[in-house]
Ligand binder design. Structure first.
Ligand SMILES: [Zn+2]
Length: 430
């Protein structure tokens, strides 16, 4: 078993706690001094950073949510001046509640370190050729993968999300050994290989590192069997770093969280109480090494459980269970986090009212499909076919442009769906 930094990855529980407390103290001091939002919420609970002496003091602090981040858009959550920021990323810039995340050079270095641990844990080394089939754009995903793969000395192909046939040609000609993508894309590539009459066994592929969307064990089996690779899960989110927060080791028995960079907690998403070890609840993360954009008790919205038991791989950092569900109404479709409110904003702009709607998500042929169902009413010209068609076309165009892929829009008779169910996710992950 290879380790990137065995000393850190195999620290004793006491050592982990010590490191966390020290880094947390420094982070709290810094955000209190530099970020008005934290100063305000700390004062509301009568907390001064010097009050921190144990983790129970820390648990007095309020949580922060994505809404806090968008309310402080663009730069009010930054803990360093902009001149110290070397990189800016965002998630969902097209929506009306955007957020922006900054990185200092140290943040980027730490990110590379985290991804280097992830790659080394699954067996990837400087001998590998890593094809990154994630879109190099304004979101963080592929950039973290790139710095991590370069850190371990692997050869990086920043392929981005090109045509399937081009992906496979590069894969064959450049002798790619590692594919990094969404699991959905991996399945599409398998199908394309079948169409192109290319035997995956004749390629050099050995590993797949997949993330950005929930995926089942059945999907893992299918990818591993058909591509003849070992497929592992990696977890993160733009608000924290992007990938590199937690990853599977070869045991494939939960994802190790880098506990020297993050403090994980599990809470009840309704009562916000901390839950005992092993319970399923909302994952809350605090970043204790981020300079530009530290997050204190950030509610991820992801449902998971934490296991502190030692892992057979030798790593001591705790593991979170794989993420299949969320506790809020966010749906992750094709790697994108979407809320019914965001879709509702477009519906209300186009229709001039708030039509009754439901988002249906399905997975067919390994690809996520989204349908927005809208009840027929006078908001969408129930008695004028031509206007109705134009309305549907405009919605289809605007939603597809917003999300970057084809969204189906359907007008349906009232009573076709339960109006209280804003989202119907038909995908099976567990
Ligand atoms: Zn392990």
């Amino acid at each position: 078993m290879e380790f990137w930094d065995k000393k850190i990855e195999c620290m004793s529980r006491d050592e982990i706690k010590q490191v966390q407390l020290e880094k947390l103290q420094a982070t709290l001091n810094r955000v209190y001094k530099n970020v008005r939002h934290y100063r305000k919420i700390f004062r509301e609970v009568d907390f001064m950073p010097e009050d921190l002496s144990t983790f129970s003091d820390f648990k007095r602090l309020p949580f922060i949510t994505r809404r806090d981040l968008s309310e402080n858009y663009p730069y009010d959550m930054f803990a360093v001046p902009l001149r110290e920021v070397v990189r800016l990323h965002t998630a969902s810039i097209n929506f009306e509640d955007p957020i922006v995340i900054g990185f200092t050079q140290n943040d980027i270095n730490n990110w590379a370190e985290l991804m280097a641990r992830n790659f080394t844990a699954v067996g990837i080394s400087k001998d590998d050729v890593v094809q990154i089939a994630l879109n190099f754009g304004i979101t963080t995903g592929p950039f973290g993968i790139q710095v991590g793969a370069e850190k371990i000395g692997a050869s990086v192909i920043p392929m981005s999300s090109g045509k399937f046939s081009a992906q496979i040609k590069i894969m064959r000609d450049f002798r790619t050994t590692v594919l990094v993508s969404t699991p959905t894309l991996a399945l599409s590539l398998v199908r394309e290989m079948e169409d192109m009459n290319i035997d995956p066994q004749k390629l050099s592929l050995k590993y797949g590192v997949f993330g950005s969307e929930p995926w089942s064990e059945t999907t893992r089996d299918e990818i591993e069997t058909k591509m003849h690779i070992t497929a592992t899960d990696t977890y993160g989110m733009t608000e924290l770093f992007g990938p590199g927060v937690a990853w599977e080791c070869p045991e494939k028995n939960g994802l190790h969280i880098a506990e020297d960079h993050f403090i994980p907690e599990i809470i009840d998403p309704i009562t916000l109480e901390s839950l005992p070890e092993g319970s399923e609840g909302e994952l809350v993360l605090t970043s204790i090494s981020k300079e530009a954009f530290p997050l204190i008790r950030f509610r991820t919205g992801d449902l998971s459980r934490i296991d502190y038991a030692p892992c057979a791989c030798g790593r001591t950092h705790c593991r979170i269970s794989r993420i299949f569900k969320r506790c809020d109404d966010v749906i992750v479709v094709r790697g994108m986090a979407i809320t019914p409110e965001q879709i509702g904003q477009v519906l209300s702009r186009v229709s001039g009212g708030q039509p009754v709607s439901q988002i249906v998500v399905e997975r067919s042929d390994g690809q996520d499909q989204m349908t927005v169902m809208i009840e027929i009413s006078d908001l969408n010209f129930f008695d004028e076919m031509k206007k109705q068609r134009r309305f549907v076309e405009q919605l289809h165009r605007e939603l597809s442009e917003l999300l970057g892929w084809e969204v189906v829009v359907r007008l349906v008779e009232p009573g076709t769906f339960n109006p209280d169910e804003k989202v119907m996710d038909k995908r099976q992950f567990q």
